[in-house]
Design a protein around this ligand. Structure first.
Ligand code: 2IO
Length: 419
């Protein structure tokens, strides 16, 4: 193992821009062990992939990081029959069939409704005016939860998310996060019980109904709901805003995507690789084990640095460049190997991956339809935030819009559903 300068993941310069550090990790070709916490930081693509697909590395860190605010175990902490059954139930509720029947029109309507008040102004902040509400509303829609009080739910969700993603929370903030979690669970309990008695066609009802031999208790369903609320909401506004930042930074790419909407998917995938909204995936070694010549002792905390692995120069040519055609150039048997790790990999690979790409694709289509001549104001100061989950703090856009055509296309509930 070659040597690497000490670094501090909580230091302001690391948080402001972790990518130079990641580059350094790749250059020194090593796994870094923090002297203070003795945690390992893994940045090489092959090492991260190896760790995430090897069950010797467990998801035990989540029992401290997530379980207290989830009110139970998250899917990533489960295995065997329980994992298979619950994962299948959620995947079913997010499947293509429901997407066509419900989610497609739900997502385009939410997008249009949130956009509508800004169309005349010709200006919107894609994160603070749009993305935060958008992310919560889509998740609430999928779960079939009422949206009249969605700002409250968003507030509770933020409290819960902070517990998990802020590595240096104060005692006071932790207490607040736990209160948010409790409020969310109190809000969900009567709804889950109602759905059990009188099922509808939403995801909570599907979870109540799924598989007679494996009936889930209300507290299990509530923990799953909190898991879904977090996993679906937290990365959504970040991915959308990062995508538009990438498009706006490269007018040629923007025009190609604008003119050929089939390219939106490739643009989303490349955004996820280059600006992974989930930057860290923690694991714990359950035995002494060597990775790339480094001994990782039993019980060690291992941070898989997704943001680094996805820019590994030995896997991705010109790793810091946004290339719309990247996938085309990684054909053959290496194609799978070279897929980015933004959704993780192995048995706990994100179950919402396909749903989330379709979600962002629909919203991007609506934005491209309604807003023309999009640009960031010249005095806009761009800042990214976050170490565990990361994204733009704000993304100011100015544009021209055609309100008349917008109303015709998006205000009727069935206008966007596919035949
Ligand atoms: C509770 C970090 C937003 C998940 C999670 C820590 C478990 C799991 C993930 C993603 C994204 C969140 N891990 N979703 O990385 O459910």
């Amino acid at each position: 193992m070659s040597h690497i300068e000490a670094f501090d993941v909580l230091a302001p310069n690391f948080i402001a821009n972790p990518y130079p550090f990641y580059e350094h990790l790749h250059q020194s070709d090593c796994i870094y062990q923090d002297a203070v916490s003795s945690a390992f930081f893994v940045g090489k693509y092959d090492d991260v992939k190896h760790i995430l697909t090897n069950p010797v590395f467990t998801t035990e860190p989540l029992s401290e990081r997530a379980q207290p605010v989830m009110g139970g175990r998250v899917l990533a902490q489960m295995e065997g029959a329980e994992h298979a059954h619950k994962r299948r139930a959620v995947l079913h509720g997010l499947s293509g069939r429901y997407f066509k029947e419900k989610y497609h029109s739900l997502i385009s309507e939410i997008t249009y409704n949130l956009l509508q008040p800004f169309l005349e102004k010709g200006e919107i902040d894609l994160v603070t005016d749009f993305g935060k509400d958008y992310a919560v509303l889509v998740t609430l829609g999928v779960l079939g939860l009422p949206t009249n009080n969605y700002r409250k739910i968003a507030e509770w969700h933020t409290g819960v998310a902070n517990f998990i993603t802020q590595l240096d929370q104060s005692e006071e903030d932790r207490e607040y996060s736990l209160q948010c979690s409790q409020k969310l669970r109190r809000f969900l309990l009567p709804i889950v019980e109602d759905r059990r008695a009188e099922p509808g066609d939403d995801l909570i009802s599907l979870l109540c109904l799924s598989d007679e031999d494996n009936v889930m208790s209300s507290s299990e369903i509530i923990a799953l709901c909190l898991n879904i609320l977090l996993a679906a909401t937290e990365p959504a506004d970040k991915t959308l805003a990062m995508l538009f930042k990438c498009l706006l930074d490269d007018p040629e790419v923007f025009k190609r995507v604008q003119d050929d909407r089939k390219l939106i998917r490739a643009a989303i995938e490349e955004t996820l690789r280059l600006h992974s909204p989930v930057q860290l995936i923690p694991r714990q070694a359950s035995i002494d084990i060597e990775v790339s010549g480094v001994l990782i002792k039993k019980g060690s905390l291992v941070f898989n640095m997704i943001g680094a692995a996805n820019r590994d120069p030995s896997v991705f040519e010109e790793p810091n460049a946004f290339k719309l055609d990247r996938k085309k150039h990684t054909q053959g048997k290496d194609a799978i190997k070279k897929h980015h790790l933004a959704f993780g990999t192995g048995m706990h690979i994100c179950l919402g991956a396909e749903f989330s790409i379709r979600q962002i694709e629909i919203t991007t289509n609506v934005l491209l339809d309604l807003l023309s001549n999009m640009h960031m104001p010249s005095d806009f100061h761009y800042i990214e935030r976050g170490l565990y989950t990361r994204g733009p703090e704000s993304l100011k856009l100015q544009f021209n819009s055609s309100i008349i055509s917008a109303k015709n296309v998006y205000s009727s509930p069935n206008a966007m559903s596919e035949g």
